[in-house]
Design a protein around this ligand. Structure first.
Ligand code: ADP
Ligand code: MG
Length: 700
């Protein structure tokens, strides 16, 4: 813009005429940088940079028919054009087409514009119509001579970035459209079977829709042209996931078959368990066992609702690795959870002579050195810990299996780092990821298609479903009475303090205050407090005293959200439940209902409630089914939560909407397999068009 500035120019910001003039002056390098910011590098990228909306410059509206709030284009004769100075310097003009008069107002303008709007001239102006004090007006309308023929396509408005005006984008996209081959990457047979429009027709319609198109089908992406584009995008994603999977199958991993006999760790562990596996647990244990026997890395997601018994499945997988002379590692997102796994697995496996190492960031330097040494010389057969497991300086002697609990809490990088710990002899360890956050079907198919998924869809027997009660905070005293009764009946209680997103300090303070208040109200009970800032040793002491049943009430911040397992706890109170997300509430509620006693979850809320909060609380009241909750959460909040660190991959879905386009996604899923089998050349062409340089996102 600088190069276009003339001394007589007023502030030119925001005015189309000046923008167009400025853009000519901006250097090609400036534009390239801005294109880059929009992800536009290759001509193919420009072709796929699609409009978000359109302006209809194909038709002129009668001034007499204009309505405030509408975008319109009108044509008429300039009645007057004059400078006014009150309240500030501005150019005031008016045009008429016989049906009415329209005021035009410019607060910033070039002298050339003033000249352009000469009285008596026929002009075409377009912009937003406003109801002004003296009738309708347009502020800073774009004006051209009425002699220019009307365009015969709608004018696209593209997503853009600062300093990149629409005309520049339009020109660049127009050039790309004439340079790039728009030939179809889909075989005709497939296209016809799915009733998809040809690719070239689809992009041409979207960049320059004919005037008779129903505009809202374009804006809402329901037009057949959009269907084709969204299908192509979903297909590209399916194909690249399939490639990632194929790439994984080329890597080598140790074979860890299930060993026969009664003396194996697996067999002895099964025999020692105080319960038999559920049918669902037995099935997923077999699925994992089969994967582990293969010479290629397993990458399996074990999905099971809270309390479905994933830990024992992990223990059996670890036992199989150990039976083959390999190490297993289990990484958990929080120290409390890691500690609990450690205690549980040690209880099961140490009596069988398995040596387990414990590794977290809070260990003393000496303890850490000792643990690390055992990991490195292979004397630790199972290693349990937090992110500390993946620190640079730790090398496993023979890592055969890496297990990641609550996988959505970890970033892609952290998971990959654990996997790379087995790389000493070029072999990749098998990987088992566990999650209680159920992934809705669309997401599982589109984002996790490169993983194998095992589902535990059955709870251990003897569980009674948790009853959820919604109570206004005004009834807090009644809740305290219930807590007392439950404790007197020998049950244990969780009291979860509100989430304070803005301030961790405030959250902590609330927890401390709540604990004090409860201690005053219930002096005969042993009430403990656990929060994220508590020193590790203290945290462990509190948790252990609650686990052992010495403490009746545990006041906690959300640190107990994941994985804590105390079957005797059967009452949970969540304060300010309206501040939590659905997934979080479901996780929290999953801490009770683990034993045979009827469990209750009280959601205390503070009014007034937002619409979303109301819907969330209602959902919690209506169902305990994690899949149902996840599906409703998806429609309330969009897919981010489920993807966790995979969110980066979301950027790849520019056009398709995972909620609305599930059917297209299913078609794309099937088409991907068919193309790979019958048209490998089409696969390459399609990926080249859609995925250039972005495949890496999906490989993690
Ligand atoms: P999650 O899937 O949420 O991690 P856990 O592995 O913590 O669940 O299991 C929840 C509780 O159920 C634990 O106390 C566990 O020992 C117990 N459990 C697991 N499997 C069974 C089973 N087949 N029968 C009875 N209890 C079981
Ligand atoms: Mg768990």
């Amino acid at each position: 813009m600088k190069s276009a500035a003339k001394p007589a120019v007023q502030r030119a910001a925001g005015r189309p005429a000046a923008r167009a003039a400025g853009s000519k002056g901006a250097s090609a390098a400036d534009h390239a940088k801005r294109f880059e910011r929009l992800g536009l590098r290759r001509p193919e990228d420009f072709v796929l940079h699609l409009p978000m909306r359109y302006e209809d410059e194909t038709q002129v509206t009668q001034i007499g028919n204009l309505l405030p709030g509408q975008w319109a284009m009108v044509e008429g004769e300039v009645l007057r054009c004059e400078l006014a100075f009150r309240p500030r310097r501005q150019l005031l003009a008016a045009i008429s087409d016989g049906s009415g008069e329209l005021a035009l107002r410019y607060l910033n303008f070039y002298p050339s514009q003033q000249k352009q709007l000469a009285v008596g001239k026929r002009m075409r102006v377009r912009g937003d119509v406003r109801g002004g004090f003296f009738g309708i007006e347009m502020v800073h309308p774009r004006a051209t001579s009425a002699d220019v023929p009307l365009p015969n396509a709608l004018t696209p408005v593209y997503p853009t970035t600062d300093g990149l005006p629409q005309p520049v984008l339009r020109r660049a996209i127009g050039e790309a459209l004439s340079q790039v081959s728009l030939s179809d990457t889909l075989p005709d047979a497939l296209r016809e079977r799915l009733h998809l429009m040809p690719f070239d027709a689809a992009v041409r319609i979207l960049h320059a829709p004919p005037p008779d198109v129903v505009v809202h089908t374009l804006v809402e992406r329901a037009h057949p042209a959009w269907m084709r584009i969204k299908f192509d995008e979903l297909l590209a994603q399916q194909l690249s996931l399939a490639l990632a999977r194929a790439g994984r199958l080329e890597k080598q991993s140790p074979r860890l078959p299930r060993k026969a006999g009664k003396q194996t760790v697996s067999a002895r562990l099964l025999a020692a368990l105080p319960f038999g596996l559920t049918g669902a647990q037995g099935r997923v244990v077999d699925e994992i066992a089969t994967d582990l026997a293969r010479p290629h890395p397993m990458q399996r997601l074990l999905q099971g609702d809270v309390g479905s018994g994933k830990t024992v499945v992990a223990a059996l997988a670890a036992a199989q690795a150990i039976d083959n002379g390999y190490q297993a590692a289990l990484m958990a997102p929080t120290e409390i959870l890691a500690e609990q796994h450690f205690r549980k697995l040690a209880g099961w496996l140490e009596p069988l002579g398995i040596s387990i190492a414990w590794l977290t960031g809070s260990l003393s330097a000496k303890a850490k050195r000792e643990a690390t040494a055992r990991v490195e010389d292979g004397s630790a057969q199972l290693v349990i810990g937090t992110q500390a497991l993946i620190q640079q300086n730790i090398q496993f002697a023979r890592l055969g299996l890496a297990i990641v609990d609550e996988q959505h809490r970890f970033g892609v990088g952290q998971r990959l780092a654990l996997r790379s710990k087995g790389d000493k002899d070029q072999a990749v360890p098998h990987q088992l990821m566990m999650t209680a956050t159920p992934i809705p079907r669309t997401l599982a198919m589109t984002f996790f298609a490169d993983l194998d998924v095992s589902v535990i869809d059955e709870l251990p027997p003897g569980r009674t479903p948790v009853v959820t009660k919604l109570l206004s905070d005004a009834r807090r005293d009644e809740v305290i009475v219930r807590v007392h009764e439950a404790a007197r009946a020998g049950r244990q209680i969780y009291w979860v303090c509100p989430l304070v997103e803005e301030s961790e300090a405030l959250e902590l303070q609330t927890a401390v205050d709540t604990c004090e208040a409860l201690r005053v109200a219930l002096p005969d009970l042993n009430i403990g407090l656990v929060h994220g800032r508590l020193p590790t040793a203290e945290k462990a002491a509190v948790m252990s005293s609650f686990t052992k049943g010495e403490m009746e009430v545990l006041v906690a911040t959300t640190v107990i959200e994941v994985g804590v397992d105390v079957p005797n706890a059967s009452l949970m109170v969540i304060e300010h439940a309206e501040r939590f997300g659905l997934a979080q509430l479901h996780q929290l509620r999953g801490r009770v209902g683990r034993g045979a006693n009827e469990s209750v979850c009280v959601l205390l809320y503070q009014t007034p409630l937002s619409m979303i909060a109301k819907q969330r609380l209602r959902t919690m009241h209506e169902t305990t089914d994690g899949f149902e909750i996840a599906q409703r959460d998806l429609s309330l909040r969009g897919p981010g939560e489920f993807l966790g660190a995979r969110q980066s991959g979301l950027a790849l879905m520019r056009f398709a909407d995972l909620d609305a386009d599930i059917e297209l996604a299913e078609h794309a899923h099937e088409a991907a397999a068919w193309l790979q089998a019958h048209h490998p050349d089409a696969v390459d062409a399609h990926l080249a068009r859609w995925m250039h340089g972005r495949e890496d996102f999906l490989k993690a």
